[in-house]
Write a protein that binds this ligand. Sequence first.
Ligand code: ADP
Length: 402
Amino acid sequence: MKVFVVNCGSSSIKYQLFDMAGEKVLAKGLLERVGRPDAVLHHTVNGTRHERQMGVGDHSAGLKFILDILVDKQAGVIARIDEIEGVGHRVVHGGEQLTQSQLITQDVLQIIRRNAELAPLHNPPNLAGITAAMAALPNTPQVGVFDTAFLASLPPQAYRYAVPGAWYRQYHVRRYGFHGTSHRYVTLRAAEYLGKSPEQVNLVTVHMGNGCSMTAVAGGKAVDHSMGMTPLEGLMMGTRCGDVDPAVIFYMARNASLSMDQLDIALNQQSGLLGVSGVSNDMRDCLAAAQAGNDNAALAVQMFAYRVIKYVGAYYAILPSCDAVVLTGGVGENSLPVRRMICEGLQRLGAAPDAARNQACIGGKAGLITSDGSALKVMVIPTDEELMIARDTRAIVEKTGS
Ligand code: ADP
């Protein structure tokens, strides 16, 4: 079965086409600058990169452009578009109703539309991608895979905020969490690696990319998570502040005369590694600047690792036991110094850092980065959200017999 996975952002479309026999990626790519006359499509087949440019007015035109290249004589990988038997869509916010992957019906579309209030930057482009795919492939089942779904198992003491109850009941103010597809994928892979069934495994999973989040997993289910009602809470990120005293917001509004929009931009786009280092939101740049003697960059990296260590401590306390701390995402999969700092910071909990193993886990390789006999295992598992979406899509298409 061929499954097409689509991830629409406000001005981009990421995609992968899988042959589920062997879970092989036939083609993948990224269309950038959707909505502009100079859109560019980066399309990769078997390591060969193709680049095409053209004006792409909206997501619907963008998707058509991508579907065309999939059947293109030179850069294509299938003969006909109807070889695609299922389309899997990444949808950021499923809210309290869409708690598992499912076939997209008119009712589901309606709920995703309603949840746009909670994810105004993400759900509208996700919806645009779904409607475009439904129009382009009207006879192909479309499946929604929700970032929030894996976190739907959080108990109320973890998802409620200590704010007036009516805020939750009337305005749905609560922790939803994000990156759930990544946390679910690495949970399954870690269980496999540790020789346990997913229902037996207790983990702390740490996703460190541009956005960063952590999940406490007990018996294979999420029981706490660092991101909140929006992806701003929790760990320090590339440009997002993570945890901050909410009173800072009123203080800066009153004393620096910042508007709500300016505060939103400051905390979402000008904070995190970028805000503290003054150098970059990219961990590689911060590490290089720190190495070259930039104290602000060194502090930013230190704060980033410190907050991960602090959260692991908190999650360790609430879990029945901890089989491993799992690191993933661009930083978790690649950054030896950040991984070393995290392992060293976890020595009080029994982690015994292993420099050679840390060195060996790069380039997409999974493995332990603590020594044999370490009381707390720390491991690296490269994430693969697209594969998770493709697997869910296949399972749902097969189950519904669509
Ligand atoms: P996204 O959240 O956009 O999917 P990624 O998971 O690709 O992002 O992670 C991006 C982050 O990974 C950036 O901060 C980048 O600096 C970091 N990163 C990627 N490769 C390396 C590396 N070799 N060393 C350190 N950091 C890296």
